[in-house]
Design a protein around this ligand. Structure first.
Ligand code: HEC
Length: 157
């Protein structure tokens, strides 16, 4: 009898968990869209996006830093790319804490986002504009707490 109940609980959990994970991800993207309002002053994404004060952020992930065509970058950002900086969600989360510490000499005039949840959310939002991005083998999951969902997604690709 007990085992039947246990099995029923396990089964219902199995049905609930993927939905909860998907919802959590949607929430994060929505939060990221909100955070992106701070970036929108300078950056565009989506259909018809153009380079403005900052470069287009469509297809950001997988891009070598400082290489969006038609955008005039600082020497510092170009040098970062030449040194091998390729944008990934993880690196973006690091960069956005204090952009001018991460890329000394960048002309991105943005102090940074102190809250890691905001940085991860904006990375999750921007990921929806990088449809062709495939994380390289061995890339760290975006955050410890998100490891399960991020890895689950990677595995299903
Ligand atoms: C005040 C304008 C401004 C704001 C606000 C701003 N950026 Fe930028 N961003 C720039 C400029 C200018 C550059 C080019 C930097 C350089 O060449 O050194 C840049 C570069 C970048 C790059 C490098 C892209 C590439 O092609 O290598 C990323 C990524 C980025 N910004 C993300 C963001 C995100 C995310 C936000 C919001 C949290 C944001 N930026 C807010 C102006 C801005």
């Amino acid at each position: 009898m007990k085992s039947v109940v246990t099995r029923a609980v396990v089964l219902s959990l199995a049905l609930v968990i993927p939905t909860a994970a998907a919802l959590a991800q949607d929430d994060q993207v929505a939060q990221g869209e909100n955070v992106f309002k701070k970036c929108k002053v300078c950056h565009q994404v989506g259909d018809g996006a153009a380079n403005k004060v900052g470069p287009i952020l469509n297809n950001l992930f997988g891009r070598v830093a400082g290489t969006e065509e038609g955008f005039k970058y600082s020497d510092a950002m170009v040098a970062k790319g030449q040194d091998g900086l390729i944008w990934t969600p993880e690196i973006l989360v690091e960069y956005l804490e204090k952009p001018r510490d991460f890329v000394p000499g960048t002309k991105m005039a943005f102090a940074g986002l102190a809250d890691i949840a905001d940085r991860e959310a904006v990375a999750a939002y921007l990921l929806t504009f990088s449809p062709d991005y495939v994380p390289a083998e061995g890339d760290a999951a975006m955050a410890e707490g998100d490891a399960a969902t991020t890895e689950g997604d990677a595995a299903s690709q």
